[in-house]
Every structure is written in C-alpha cells, then in structure tokens.
Design a binder for this molecule. Structure first.
Ligand SMILES: Cc1cc2nc3c(=O)[nH]c(=O)nc-3n(C[C@H](O)[C@H](O)[C@H](O)COP(=O)(O)OP(=O)(O)OC[C@H]3O[C@@H](n4cnc5c(N)ncnc54)[C@H](O)[C@@H]3O)c2cc1C
Length: 337
C-alpha cells in the first residue's frame, strides 16, 4: 500500500503543479497516470508546439513546460505510479481513501485530487478478432519498459511519432530488423524521424511495409506470427515476438465516471466559490476534468484551481493546525530531504 498526503490522479501540467503548491505546505503527493510518462496532453498530443499564454513565458514548447514543471516539483520528491489507470476509489471509515489501479496497485491518502484532464488515454485498437487473445502475450499498445523488448523480433504499426520513435529505438538496439507497417506512405511523425527511419532502412535495420495493415494474428496462447495485407501483393505471414500497434491514444473519462461524482457534460462538477471540491468531501477535481460556470480549459486556470484546492486539503489533513500563507520570495522553497 502506497501512503501519501494527496493522491493526484493525472500527471498532466495541473497534476504536476499541484505537487509544488502542496509541497510549499509540506504535503506529500503521489501521482497516478494511465500513460507511462508525465505531461498529459502536452507530451501525448503536442510536445513540439509552442504555448504562448503561460505567464512569464512569451513562448514555451509544450514538452519543455513539462520538463520545467517536473524540475519545479522535484524538491518535493513526489511518487509516481505510471502506466496504470486509477480504477476504483473506496472511502474508509476515517474519511480517507484507497485508490486502486488497473494493475492492482493500492494508494492510501486523506485527500484525492482528480487532475484527469479529458480522461485517461486509452489505446486505439485495430479491429482484429484474435486481438484480445494476445494482449500482453505478444501484443502491446504502449512501451512501458523498453528493455523488456530488447533482442526480440518486433513489428510496429502506425505512422505517428510514437510508431516512428520506437521503430528507430529498437532498430538501433536490436540485431533483427524492425518491421514498420503503415496504411499509407505519408507519415504524420516528425520529418526528422521519418528521414532517420528511411536511413535505417538503407542500413537493413528497418523494413517498411507501406499501404499495408495487419489483418490476423496467430499463435498458441503467445503471439507467433502476424498476417500482413499489402496493396497489390499476396498476404504475407511473418514470425514475430512482439507486435506494437501504435495508433495513438484516445481520452475517456473512464472509471472515474462511476465513482459517484456529479458529472455534467463529461466533466466533474465542483464548487468554484471556494476550493474546487466535488460532491464527495475530500475529493477535488482540478484542470480540464472539472466544470463550473465560466470554466475555461486552459493550463493557467488549472494552476489557479490547484493552488486553492491544496489550501482546503491542508485543513483536511491537519485539522489541528493553521497554515499561514507566505510568499515564496519570503520563505523560499524548502523541499523534502
Ligand atoms: C493541440 C492543443 C493545443 C493546446 N494549446 C493550449 C495553449 O496554448 N494554452 C493552454 O493553456 N492550453 C492549451 N491546450 C489545453 C491544455 O493542453 C489543457 O488545458 C491541459 O492539458 C489540461 O491539463 P490537465 O493536467 O488538467 O489534464 P491533461 O493534460 O489532460 O492530463 C490529464 C492526465 O490524466 C490522466 N488520467 C485521466 N484519467 C485517469 C485515470 N483514471 N487514471 C490514471 N490517469 C488518468 C491522463 O492519462 C492524462 O495524462 C491545448 C490542447 C491541445 C490538445
């Protein structure tokens, strides 16, 4: 059981900034995110886009903003459970909560902050009948631990950054060439990555299958081969250890929608007159995931909501103490040892 002061569901920009604001009040945070890295929409959807409305930054790349937020949070030593979706919440007799993930990891805290953005990102799955038989037995939708795939015969489907980045990574690490299957010959990935992948093809490290898709999977419990349909050619069956269909992730409010929270238009209703608490005392919702009159889905609005929410969180966690807000210019930033 992981114990902390505040369980934060969602490691997007708002969840990350909460660590800092809570840290100033000496509250510890543990974050859960369904995707294997921190950053939410900024790393998942638009890491290379500049953002122009972050105070003090005339322009900052989304990916860089996440790096800065991680740096700002680091002195407060947050814990992370990444690549696992928060599935259930159970209120305890003393008013605290246990949040358990899709992988069974349990977290215990007196306060829960839901910073779940548009919801947990779920992989877009191809429509292949045999697919469920091989999930986690040769078919993976995310690369959580790349070392796990070293030395394996890997095929990747997709034309975006994720597909190209991992194809390049494994082509450079593994002896056997990586197969890269894409429905067209136009890739959405960054131009540099596409050029690099074609360079690796010349070196015999990547095999391209364009205008192609995987139509069937075979194996005895564990994936042994995939069937590739390619325009103008006979279907081909190739032996593989791992197939990574990387077709992107789509957000879904998911299990949070069944936690007894008041939901309006796929967002969680909160009290914006005070502290962004939900209808369940001790559970807050901040950032894109919440709704209230006049709500704006902007990063800086989420930062403001996080700052106010932790004030009430402090009172719940330390009912006997009084916290006096001091400027960081006065008290500095004292992290945890
Ligand atoms: C293309 C684009 C451009 C944008 N440009 C701007 C801009 O210029 N300025 C601006 O202010 N905003 C911009 N936005 C909006 C901005 O990205 C969002 O306001 C911001 O990402 C919200 O942050 P968040 O932390 O609330 O949620 P998110 O960034 O959505 O992060 C939420 C995280 O919660 C996780 N999660 C959800 N449910 C669960 C669960 N059950 N278990 C585990 N994890 C879960 C998700 O996996 C996700 O990582 C833009 C958005 C897009 C798509």
């Amino acid at each position: 059981m992981i114990k902390t002061d505040i369980i934060i569901i969602g490691a997007g920009p708002v969840g990350l900034f909460t660590i800092f604001e809570a840290g100033l009040m000496k509250l510890k945070c543990h974050l859960i995110d369904a995707i294997p890295q921190a950053g939410g929409q900024l790393t998942e959807i638009y890491p290379k886009k500049p953002i122009y409305d972050i105070p003090g930054y005339p322009s900052v790349l989304a990916g860089e903003l996440i790096d800065r937020l991680m740096e700002q949070a680091a002195p407060f030593k947050p814990g992370f459970t990444l690549g696992e979706r928060a599935d259930t919440i159970e209120k305890q007799e003393d008013g605290s909560f246990i949040v358990t993930t899709s992988e069974g990891t349990a977290h215990h805290a007196p306060v829960v902050m839901i910073a779940g953005g548009l919801g947990s990102f779920e992989p877009r799955k191809p429509k292949i009948e045999a697919l469920p038989n091989f999930e986690k037995n040769g078919v993976e939708y995310m690369v959580r631990e790349p070392e796990h795939f070293l030395g394996k015969k890997i095929f990747i489907s997709g034309g975006g950054d994720s597909a190209l980045d991992w194809a390049i990574y494994f082509a450079e690490k593994n002896d056997s060439p990586v197969g890269l299957i894409h429905r067209s010959d136009a890739f959405r990935a960054h131009k540099d990555s596409v050029e690099k992948a074609y360079q690796l093809e010349k070196e015999g490290k990547i095999e391209f299958y364009t205008h192609a898709e995987v139509v069937d999977l075979k194996g005895d419990k564990i994936l042994e081969s995939i069937e590739i349909k390619q325009k103008g050619q006979e279907n081909k069956i190739v032996e593989v250890d791992t197939w990574l269909p990387l077709f992107g992730l789509s957000p879904k409010l998911g299990p949070i929608g069944d936690w007894g929270l008041e939901i309006e238009k796929n967002a969680i209703k909160v009290d914006n007159t005070l502290d962004y608490q939900t209808n369940i005392p001790g559970v807050f919702a901040i950032g894109d995931v919440n709704t209230y009159p006049g709500k704006l889905k902007l990063i800086l609005c989420g930062f403001h909501e996080a700052t106010l929410a932790v004030q009430t969180a402090y009172k719940i966690i330390h009912p006997e103490k009084r916290f006096t807000l001091k400027y960081t210019t006065v008290q500095g930033v004292q992290g945890f040892d």
